[in-house]
Ligand binder design. Structure first.
Ligand code: HEC
Ligand code: HEC
Ligand code: HEC
Length: 478
């Protein structure tokens, strides 16, 4: 009904008081929400029905080949996997799963949780998974632990949020989960209760995860592909399972579930672009060799192609640098056999750029406003050289070339601005890599200017950023 019908034309403004109007709007909103909730519930019921009558066979828990693949990774001790061997294996697997990255906020109390994870729906604080009986998982049975890892269900039967990557961990064999538990049991119990989550309604309603799980979660262990070799299967087991590479590299749908049809074709993670790592020649890493991939994952550097910053530097520091050569090779073999996904790039990220030759021309020239070249000479050239060719070649810990660097050559300048804002920190067995952060020294306009200078001179000249875009990137919590 139109308001004018009820109140007779222009009387509207006076008769129809603000408070009544607000009440009407609120009532309408309630109705709209109720209708939406009803539609959603019906849809969910339909999905539940589909799931119940699904003719697809369930995954078997532990197929013999799966076991063989899992065993292949165990240290060749010949022991039955009990005692110290089990714990050692658990340590290796916990690193492959990068548990420490999310479950540690203070390095002095590893695994005690409390790290804030920003999601589009609010902040989740990770729980304490040390064996403390009151604040950790000391009272959890092995079955409780298994259920959390495989089904995303907590000790009290509550649904866990998928910020805990159980969508991938569900593929991990029972044996490997057991080993991780055995390792966690040897940790020092830390008495610490993390802050409670700060999620907006309705996302603070855990039971709603029932619907999310129906839409986006396929419970079941990894099933090896008998048509593929042992290395491919081992790589698939790690990438799709414990190492949860997809959490960052696979795009998400509007309910934040992984788009399984576009696996590993690139996504934005905390403002960073986790690039397309399918073997597409120009959009992905199709020109990388197995050795390039293995070297990137173990040191953070693929010579003449890329170095790891931001969330990927953390992955290398906490997780992939500890993987043995056989596993690194298996991951490379698996990645290079993926379906290549085209994102329309004309040239590979690492194939852009030539050294600058304009520093001489700049001398004595009048410079107006915010000048990218000048900012580069003042802030970056001491390490990356004014030609952009870097200092110290590509030795670990050297100052890298910005030419043939995936960040400067990417089709968006996101990561370049993020590297300038936050610097690079990466600790590996070879080096302690450090580039300073410029978030306090440079304004948004200055960062935009130096970013645009770097992409134009050394990278993909079509990748540009405005000061507003830098401001938005600066605001993303890290
Ligand atoms: C990407 C971040 C991330 C990684 C990696 C991660 N977790 Fe978690 N984990 C979480 C979050 C967030 C929660 C809390 C979920 C919730 O509150 O619903 C959680 C919850 C848990 C729980 C349930 C604890 C409880 O008190 O309810 C267990 C057990 C657990 N994780 C074990 C592990 C293990 C073992 C690994 C490594 C194999 C691991 N996590 C890796 C983020 C992570
Ligand atoms: C926490 C998020 C996250 C996870 C988990 C993650 N990555 Fe990454 N990855 C990134 C980001 C962000 C970048 C871009 C890094 C940069 O700009 O320096 C990246 C870059 C890469 C690159 C380099 C691409 C290029 O062209 O520069 C490779 C290769 C890669 N990741 C492989 C993997 C593999 C394999 C796994 C699983 C073992 C994995 N990543 C897990 C976030 C992640
Ligand atoms: C004190 C020396 C130093 C300064 C100053 C410096 N950098 Fe760096 N830069 C480094 C180091 C070290 C790395 C990391 C090398 C590695 O990953 O092994 C790096 C990495 C990079 C990368 C590659 C990141 C990636 O993920 O591949 C880019 C791009 C970059 N710097 C741009 C800049 C720009 C632009 C400036 C000026 C605003 C600058 N740097 C200033 C030392 C420096």
């Amino acid at each position: 009904m139109k308001r004018s019908d009820r109140h007779g034309g222009n009387l509207d403004a006076t008769v129809f008081s603000a408070s009544r109007r607000a009440a009407l709007i609120a009532r309408r909103r309630v109705w709209k929400m109720a209708a939406l909730a009803a539609a959603f519930s019906l849809f969910a019921l339909y999905l539940a029905w589909l799931e119940a009558y699904d003719a697809e066979p369930r995954h078997t828990d532990e197929s013999p080949l799966g076991e063989a693949v899992a065993q292949a990774s165990a240290p060749a001790s010949g022991a039955s996997g009990l005692g110290p061997d089990l714990v050692r294996r658990g340590e290796y697997l916990a690193r492959a799963g990068d548990c420490i990255a999310c479950h540690t906020s203070d390095k002095g109390r590893p695994f005690a949780g409390g790290r804030a994870i920003s999601t589009p729906f609010g902040t989740i604080y990770t729980p304490n998974i040390t064996p403390d009986p009151d604040t950790g998982i000391g009272r959890w049975t092995d079955a409780d632990f298994m259920r959390a890892m495989h089904e995303g269900i907590g000790k009290e039967g509550q649904r866990l949020y998928p910020a805990f990557p159980y969508v991938e961990y569900t593929r991990v064999t029972g044996q490997d989960v057991q080993a991780i538990r055995a390792y966690l049991n040897t940790m020092v119990p830390v008495r610490y209760t993390p802050p409670s989550n700060d999620l907006r309604f309705p996302f603070n309603q855990r039971w709603l995860m029932v619907f999310w799980n129906l839409l986006n979660f396929d419970e079941g262990r990894f099933v090896p592909d008998p048509k593929q070799g042992a290395e491919w299967n081992r790589g698939a087991y790690l990438v799709e399972g414990l190492a949860h590479c997809e959490e960052c590299h696979t795009p998400r749908n509007f309910t934040q579930g992984l788009k399984t049809g576009e696996r590993l074709s690139g996504a934005i993670q905390a403002g960073w672009h986790a690039y397309n790592i399918t073997p597409h020649k120009t959009s992905g890493i199709g020109s990388w060799s197995d050795q390039d991939i293995a070297s990137y994952l173990s040191t953070g550097i693929a010579e003449g192609r890329a170095s790891a910053a931001g969330p990927m530097a953390d992955v290398v520091s906490n997780s992939t640098q500890y993987l043995n050569r056989a596993d690194l090779r298996s991951i490379a073999i698996y990645l290079r056999a993926l379906k290549p996904i085209d994102r329309g790039e004309a040239r590979a990220r690492a194939e852009w750029g030539s050294p600058a030759s304009d520093a001489v021309a700049l001398r004595g020239a009048r410079i107006e406003g915010v000048n990218g070249a000048q900012l580069f000479l003042a802030n970056c050239a001491s390490c990356h050289h004014w030609t952009g060719e870097g200092v110290g070649a590509s030795a670990p810990g050297a100052y890298p070339s910005l030419i043939h660097n995936s960040v400067a050559g990417a089709s968006d300048a996101n990561n370049l601005a993020m590297v300038i804002l936050h610097g690079v920190h990466r600790t590996t067995k070879d080096a302690d890599v450090l580039m300073p952060a410029f978030d306090r020294e440079l304004t948004d306009a200055q960062i935009a200017a130096v970013t645009n200078y770097v992409t134009k001179q050394f990278g993909n000249p079509r990748s540009t950023l405005s000061a507003e875009q830098v401001g938005r990137l600066r605001a993303v919590p890290q």
